[in-house]
Design a protein around this ligand. Structure first.
Ligand SMILES: CCCCCCCC/C=C\CCCCCCCC(=O)SCCNC(=O)CCNC(=O)[C@H](O)C(C)(C)COP(=O)(O)OP(=O)(O)OC[C@H]1O[C@@H](n2cnc3c(N)ncnc32)[C@H](O)[C@@H]1OP(=O)(O)O
Length: 211
């Protein structure tokens, strides 16, 4: 059987914290770039400085993003550059998700203006990405992690930007390699804005491998 590719550098907590700080600064830079009102000459000057910083970081480059050194929970929790939860990924909000002992995955998060779809609301694709991750982790919490085979979303009402949102999910059924899960995103008033159901399938080729 093929194992999942897992020849990744591992970072200890201190290294990860330093790089998480870097990612946090880049997130601030991203928001500043989207919202800046400086004139064109100043924007061009900043662009040159950012290019120089990018060259400094790129002076040494890994082939793949690193994992966290100490596994703590399911495998993807160690994916430090995951685009939803990864503290090292500036594209990730990042959302901290906890898995309760009864298999519920839950996380509170706030999405800022860089995630805007309709004016002042969260982009629907961003909500889908968040729910794919949350439901996927709920599936993995059953002991049968899998790839997303289906993901169905119902956008009940607009999801507001800039306020604390709650994402929750739980697996409902396991049938061999298939795990069904459902979940929601809710606004601060408790009203559900997005509902999701999904099927995750562990690929046959990974059945006997470690993940
Ligand atoms: C061990 C691997 C898992 C890795 C994860 C590990 C860590 C988890 C930890 C933490 C959670 C993190 C959360 C992550 C969240 C994000 C996840 C993503 O974004 S995944 C990327 C997007 N998804 C794809 O790219 C899939 C592409 N598709 C495939 O690879 C295959 O089609 C796959 C795996 C879905 C199925 O392939 P087959 O060859 O293993 O499946 P066959 O043997 O044909 O079917 C098995 C059963 O599943 C049903 N099935 C398969 N695909 C279906 C579909 N699309 N709709 C409905 N049923 C489907 C079939 O009908 C069959 O059911 P019957 O046994 O007959 O009852």
């Amino acid at each position: 059987m093929n194992a999942m590719p897992d020849e990744r550098p591992r970072l200890d907590a201190e290294e990860a914290a330093t790089l998480a700080g870097l990612a946090a600064r880049v997130r601030e830079l991203t928001e500043a770039a989207v919202l800046t009102g400086v004139d064109a000459a100043e924007a061009a000057a900043v662009a040159d400085e950012v290019a120089a910083l990018t060259a400094r970081l790129g002076a040494e480059r890994r082939e793949f993003p690193p994992f966290a050194a100490s596994p703590d929970g399911v495998r993807m929790d160690r994916q430090l550059a995951n685009p939803v939860t990864g503290p090292l990924n500036p594209l990730a909000p990042p959302i901290e998700l906890e898995v309760t002992s009864d298999g519920i995955v839950r996380g509170e998060f706030t999405l800022g203006p860089v995630y805007e779809g309709p004016p002042s609301y969260v982009h629907g694709g961003v909500s889908a990405m968040v729910l794919d991750q949350v439901l996927g982790m709920a599936a993995a919490a059953t002991g049968t992690p899998g790839m997303t085979a289906t993901l169905e979303l119902r956008y009940r009402r607009p999801t507001p930007l800039g306020v604390p949102l709650l994402a929750e999910a739980k697996a409902s059924r396991v049938e061999g390699r298939k795990v069904f899960a459902s979940g929601t995103i809710a606004a601060p008033d408790g009203r559900v804005t997005v509902e999701a159901t999904a099927l995750f399938v562990m690929p046959q080729r990974f059945v006997t491998s470690q993940y």
